[in-house]
Every structure is written in C-alpha cells, then in structure tokens.
Design a protein around this ligand. Sequence first.
Ligand code: HMG
Length: 389
Amino acid sequence: MSISIGIHDLSFATTEFVLPHTALAEYNGTEIGKYHVGIGQQSMSVPAADEDIVTMAATAARPIIERNGKSRIRTVVFATESSIDQAKAGGVYVHSLLGLESACRVVELKQACYGATAALQFAIGLVRRDPAQQVLVIASDVSKYELDSPGEATQGAAAVAMLVGADPALLRIEEPSGLFTADVMDFWRPNYLTTALVDGQESINAYLQAVEGAWKDYAEQDGRSLEEFAAFVYHQPFTKMAYKAHRHLLNFNGYDTDKDAIEGALGQTTAYNNVIGNSYTASVYLGLAALLDQADDLTGRSIGFLSYGSGSVAEFFSGTVVAGYRERLRTEANQEAIARRKSVDYATYRELHEYTLPSDGGDHATPVQTTGPFRLAGINDHKRIYEAR
Ligand code: HMG
C-alpha cells in the first residue's frame, strides 16, 4: 500500500505594516474601482526596515516547531525569489533562529513564484524515501516593483511554513502532476536590481498559457477530471488573476464560465491574498490557508492547485483534505497575523520602499520598527545580524 504524504501543518506570517489601496489611489489619482474590482486588491503588506524574508520565515515556522517539535526535521527547504544572499541559504538563518538540530540539510530554491511547489514536491520525495522524517518547507518573499509603475499596486510580502510528512493532518498531496515550462521574459529581476521588471500584459498571457499547458499534461497523465474538485487554488499575484485563470481553464475544456460557479470554486481562496498582496512563492499556499479556514467541512474533498512562476514554470496537482483537519487549523492566528499590521500613509510607505541596507561594510543598526518575535537588528561587516525577542 502506498503511504500518504502531504502537508501536516501550515502557518504563515506577514509584515508589520500595511498600505491600503485607497492611499495609493489617492496619491496617484487612480479610480479606486481599478484596484478593488479591476485587480481585486484591498491592501498590501509592507515590510518594516527591520524585517525581511528571514524574519517573516522564522515567525511563520516557529508555531510549527512549538506544536510538532523539531526532532524529525532533517531537511529545511527555503523557497524565495527575494533572496538576501547569492551564496548562503536564507534557511540557515531560520534554522539558527529556531534552534533546529545540526543534523539537518538546509537549502534555498528559486524559480519565481513557483519555487515553493518545487520545494513541496522535493519534500514529498524525501519523505517517501524515509517516512519517519519530516521536511520544513518555507516560502518567503517580498514583492517589490518600481514606485509609480503599474506593478506597484501588486506588491506584498508574506511567508508560509509547511511541515511535510507521512500521514499528514491537513492535506494529502497526490500524483500525478501536470508540468509546464516555457522560456518567456514576462517578469524577471537581474541581480543588480532591487525591483522586478515586468511586461504586465505579457505576464498575464504567459500565466494563462501555462495554466493550459500544465492542465493538458495533467490530463495526459490521467489526473482527476475538473468536476472532481471542490475548489481550485491558484497563484494570486492579484486576486483577479485567479478568476482569469479559472475562466481560461474552463474555456479550454469547453465548459461554461458561470460567474457564481467560478466564485464558488475559488472565492474563498482569495481572502488573505486580497489584503496581503502578492507574496510570490507564498501566494498559492496563502490561498490554501484561506480556503481551509473559511470553507464548510472539506473532509475527503479534492482541491486543485495551479502554481505559476514567471519565466515560466507551472504545475497543476491535487490534494485531498484529511479527516480531522479542522482541529489543526490556525484560523485565529492567521487572522491575527493580518489584523495586527499597522496601517501606514503613502509617505511612510514610500520611505520604506526607498530604504535600503547600507552596503559599505560598516556597522549599522536598523531602526526598531517591528514588534514581532524576530528582527533584523542590523548589518555589520556585510553580515546580517538577526535577533529573537
Ligand atoms: P495596469 O495597466 O495598471 O491595469 O496593469 P489595466 O489597465 O490592465 O487594468 C487592470 C484591470 O482593472 C482591467 O481589468 C481593467 O479593465 C480594470 P481586466 O481587463 O484585466 O479584466 N479597471 C477597472 N475595473 C473597475 N473599475 C475601474 C477600473 N479601471 C480599470 N475604475 C497589471 C495591471 C496587473 C498588468 C500590473 O499591475 C502589473 O504589471 N502587475 C505585475 C505583473 C503581474 O502581477 N502579472 C500577473 C501574471 S504573472 C505572475 O503571476 C507571476 C508573478 O507573481 C511573478 C513571479 O512569478 O515571481 C508576477
């Protein structure tokens, strides 16, 4: 009998600050309907000067360690496209902040927003080899576009931590996967830039092509039929994109694109992304958290996932919700992670956007702005200094 492997626990964290889209619209003269309805975003998470992908990742993962212990975790896979170092994996700092065992492999993975799904699949492979082991998969990103660019309204930041193991308490991940890769320049960030470059319309088209390609392969691999899914969780650079993608998938399969049916299939997956913004690798798993936290009992139901990363790579796969999952949800903590953010005005957001860590190799303390359990205390001799509170 094949063993059941999947997501045993899931926890997320986001930033100290939040910018409502009303403040951005007031500043740049955009009709608010374009943000609230056109792209489907209410607000976006904004990192403080003393937080980054490591502090968010450690904050997301700490409750998982507190609940499940650390003795079975022999691998940490850290997926990000907003890496803080060209050599050292961000996960090594997290490993240290959480006091994980030294008998552990830690690695960083990248392919735009798709990276966390690769991490999840690699984790499943490791658990299949030794079901006694667990893998900590972390997706952590800060989405940053140039000020005053069309992409600015689709920024955000968050980290999702998932414990992957045998006999999972939340979601069993199934085979097959539908896979798709195409070499397109829809969105990228050269090493010398701090903000991403994007061809907005091209990126939407590339995403839709990838949905089609991944689904086609999924069907060819004898995957489930569309009717079998209780819900669909898409990567959400902005929540409206999930609707575009699902409509495209239905059209491709010759189905009606009934508005209410589409809302029923994915409306509940958008609640967290709608107020957090694009969290790149974390986005699709924030969609899962929102669905599990809000839906009526999904026990035994299948969920379809479409993970997309510009450039581009996509994967369609399914998961089945496990009996008893509701007792393991972190709904209150998830809602608190969002509600605790402090709203900033446009001028403060702009200052934070322009803030960069000094690169002169000196000893610099970062301003104390965060109130969470971990902070980036400063930089000294080109080394980031983190502290736990
Ligand atoms: P834009 O040019 O500012 O906006 O760019 P627009 O003119 O296309 O308008 C957006 C929507 O608002 C349109 O709806 C308008 O009609 C509507 P649509 O035609 O798309 O259905 N609209 C209104 N609706 C109601 N009331 C109004 C109103 N006015 C207009 N008053 C764009 C938008 C998303 C392109 C831009 O923000 C951008 O470039 N964002 C970054 C790129 C992006 O997110 N791409 C998504 C696909 S790629 C992806 O998902 C990967 C990614 O996450 C990166 C990774 O993988 O690492 C980005």
